[in-house]
Write a protein that binds this ligand. Sequence first.
Ligand code: ADP
Length: 630
Amino acid sequence: MQRRRGPTTQQRTDSQSPGFAGRDQLRDAVARLREGRWLLLAIAFAVLAGAVAIAGRIAAGQAAGDLRDGALAALPLAAGTLTGEIEKQRLVPLVLARDDAVRDALRRAGKVEETALNAKLKAIAGDASASAIYVIDTAGIAISASNAGQPDSFVGIDYNFRHYFTDAMAKGAASQYGLGTISGKPGLYLASRVDDGTTPLGVAVLKVELGGVEANWRSSGFLVFVTDERGVVLATSRPEWRFHALAPLSAQDTAMAHEQLQLSDAAFEPLPLRRGNGDGLATIDQAGKSRRFVEVVQDLPGAVPGWRLWLLTPADAALSSAANTARLTTLLGLLLTGLLAYVLVRRRRTRRVRQEALARMNTELESRVSSRTAELTRSNSALAGEIAERENAEAKVRRLRDDLAQANRLSILGQIAAGVAHEINQPVAAIRTYAENAGRFLEGGRIEPASGNLTSIVSMTERIGAITGTLRSFARRPGTAASPLPVREAIDGALSLLSGRIRDSGVTIVKPRGTASPLVMASRIRLEQILVNLLQNALDAMKDRPDPRIEIDLAERGDRVLISVRDNGPGLGPEAAGNLFMPFQTTKEKGLGLGLVISQEIAQELGGTLRLDPGMAKGASFTIDLRRIE
Ligand code: ADP
């Protein structure tokens, strides 16, 4: 079924009131769905009814087959009962035809009463259960009979009109079914001609009434009857059917039947039996009711030529029971199948709905995940941007710090330049003196003192070289790489840088006692820069002080190395001490207030600290605290 779509954009645009139009369409769709359902239901019902009907028919057909099998099994028995009876009786007239007493009686031809033969015939009839045995002479008159002397005696009766008599006389033997002229009872007449050599003497006749056979048939529960070659019923388990015909006889057949059966007033009405209406069943209409029978038929060649035996078995109960059972079973089966199909369809639909819901959830989840991912990517890239910015800023700060440190070093160099000039001037002046003296010694031919002066000149130039080398390396921008550095080297370097100023100021420098020189991880220039800053500040503080003195201490505490620079200057008041490491805090006219800030930063960079030692009674003391390495 095609699913109806919602209104298209065009339809919606055309509609004046889209809400109402939509509702109408919805109602329409629901109505169509309902119609479809009803149609489906009707088809299902029709299929169900059809299947039930077909199942009923098939089951009835099978039941009919079973009944037919039963009837076919019963048929030989029914036939045997009849043919056995006839064959048994048929011998009697044959034997009598060869009996001398019979012949003698016929030769006498009714001239005497055949008392002895009558008795004999009576005895034989009794033994053979024949209804009558009698002997007819050539004129057709019965001369002796088993019932002689009785009111219904055949003796003296003219049987010339009987076909069994004329036929037997003509052919030697004959049989005929008919009603007895005296008794009025039906029976089969079996006749044999009695011959005296080649001369016919008469006919011996036995009448067998088939009441016993018919009773036997009746007791079998089947409806059994025999028809002659025209379809006229003769022996039958249902006596009222006798001399009725299977089908209406033609006028000619009626005449011939009248003739053969010698029943001039018989109408040969058709039996209330309809046969062969397609299902192999015969129907008997009686008392306004139709009853169905399974019918089987068989020729009886051994009995009388042209006779056929019919056996009918009631089928209504068996057929309707089989059909009903099959219908019920089919109905239940189909209903169960339908129920199962319904359950399966429902389950599949439920599963599909669940799968669709799952798919929807999945899609939503995926879209959420992707939007969240996009968000995260965005914030990630924002973060990366921030990080880059921060790194940038840090790099800037680092550069700035380097620049500041460099500026600090250059300012130090500026400050110590005068001292350096002085430091260099001294050896230069000494060189000059040594050189002049050497010249004079050479003029005087005194080689040895001249050579001594030249050696002194060489050592002076070495000293100048050492001073300028220290300055050059201090002025250089330091590499960031730190290496194991003996602390004493840095102390000596710093003192050497300030040697001029120290000498001029007359400060007493007390260097660390002992010779121990622990190693720290530092760049030499950096550590020297801190020390120079501290020493400069001390020198500045002790300007105009009597007996200025700077003590440099070196101590090891665990894995720490402590380098202290202590002066006996004015020291720092609490306020100045609090703001000491703040930039631009200076008490000096030309000061920048950056020396301690930069020194503290360098100390931290080297993995240590720089602090003002508290509780100094006199002067100020600063300590560089670094990690010792082995
Ligand atoms: P600047 O030397 O340019 O002033 P610093 O940061 O090196 O900058 O010093 C800051 C201030 O701390 C100095 O101006 C001075 O007042 C004070 N100070 C530093 N060292 C000492 C010291 N040893 N004794 C007394 N005051 C000091």
